[in-house]
Design a protein around this ligand. Structure first.
Ligand SMILES: *Cc1c(COP(=O)(O)O)cnc(C)c1O
Length: 368
């Protein structure tokens, strides 16, 4: 029998989450963001479920080739644009839309020979200071692009730094509106957090939204409100089993460094999942885990191939019991990946992207 660890990708949940995003974003077209191999879920595994999107957005040219190889003829957007001049040849050949965020990318386009003019997303740095033209440089960049025969359509985009937090989007949005008010072209502003949390103020302002994390069923604002609040369902479940149990006396310790000390006699279970599977090593005692669909806690340090869980109050649990590290148990009980991430001081994004190659993956699709 193989080691009993398994990741499951639920296509019905992906479809549901895409519908939830559309519920919030009205008539806006949706770029399904599938960068980082679909946030660790696997491009080929999620494609069928997300093909109801209007386009796929990603970073890597090799990933764009994979989406075309799956038969997708619709729009594909390169979120960081081209990295060097010859990338434009692939954009022409695969008909990719690409972000233009700096003057070097305009230079490359001006030197590019193509029969088919390109569609570009001109990006404004409205305050995040990652990619894009500063507001005062934006119009000059637009004018230069507009004059190029290599370009036939210019969409306007920006990215919010605080759509998921208390600062919100107001300041960045005001800058974007002021500079672009009289420019033609479609607009693309919202990631998942802006699509859900700022749906009201941005209603009708986006021609294209760019949700990523929400499609995978993680809350765009982490802990409060959680994924359940938005009615998002986990696309990924990481599950394993108990491969041993131990009875502890008062004073016994668990795992490397003996960081957990039993303060009473208790029983623990040993789970076939460790940091080499992608479970975060920084999750410590108290991190939530489901055993046979019931909530309990991790105890002690996570090791490479195993971790330990508290079986107090779970007398039926034993060797072979199902353990859900995140996602949905076979009982239907859910453990949001965001809760596990919070216990490890990180975000759900990082956990899903870090699912290890050694973990076998199964695709669930009740519609087929
Ligand atoms: C990754 C990314 C997104 C998606 O962000 P989520 O928080 O996952 O919704 C949207 N826009 C850009 C430019 C991105 O790089």
């Amino acid at each position: 029998m193989p080691r009993p660890i398994l990741a499951t990708i639920d296509r019905q949940h992906l479809r549901h989450n895409l519908a939830r995003v559309r519920h919030f974003t009205g008539d806006a077209k949706v770029w399904a963001v599938v960068k980082a191999d679909a946030y660790g879920h696997g491009l080929e595994r999620v494609f069928e479920a997300l093909r109801a999107a209007d386009g796929f957005a990603l970073l890597d040219l090799a990933e764009a080739e994979r989406v075309r190889a799956l038969g997708w003829r619709g729009p594909i957007l390169l979120l960081e644009g081209c990295f060097e001049a010859r990338d434009l040849e692939l954009c022409s050949r695969l008909d990719l839309w690409h972000t233009v965020h700096c003057s070097e990318q305009i230079d490359m386009l001006a030197a590019h020979k193509t029969q088919l003019p390109h569609r570009v997303f001109l990006k404004m740095n409205s305050g995040m200071n990652r990619l894009g033209f500063k507001p005062e440089r934006f119009r000059a960049a637009w004018t230069r692009l507009e004059a190029l025969p290599q370009v036939d359509d210019i969409c306007l985009s920006t990215h919010f730094s605080d759509a998921d937090g208390p600062r919100g989007i107001a300041a960045q949005w005001a800058v974007f509106e002021r500079i672009t008010a009289d420019l033609p072209g479609e607009r693309s502003l919202s990631n998942s957090a802006a699509s859900l949390r700022h749906a009201g103020v941005l209603q009708g302002r986006n021609d294209w939204v760019r949700p990523g994390i929400a499609l995978y069923g993680s809350a765009p604002d982490h802990q409060s409100p959680d994924a359940g609040h938005w009615d998002l369902r986990p696309a990924m479940t990481l599950a394993s089993r108990l491969i041993a149990t131990q009875d502890l006396d008062t004073g016994d310790t668990v795992g490397y460094g003996s960081t957990f000390v039993a303060d009473r006699p208790m029983r623990i279970g040993v789970v076939a999942c460790g940091y080499a599977d992608g479970y975060p090593r920084h999750a410590g005692t108290g991190a939530p885990v489901l055993v046979a669909g019931r909530r309990t806690r991790l105890v002690g340090r996570v090791s490479m191939d195993m971790l330990a869980v508290d079986l107090s109050g779970l007398p039926q649990a034993g060797q072979g019991s199902e353990v859900t590290l995140w996602g949905q148990a076979s009982t239907g009980e859910r453990l949001p990946i965001d809760e596990v991430a919070a216990a490890a001081g990180t975000v759900g994004y990082q956990l899903m992207c870090a699912l290890a190659r050694r973990v076998p993956v199964q695709v669930l699709d009740e519609a087929v």
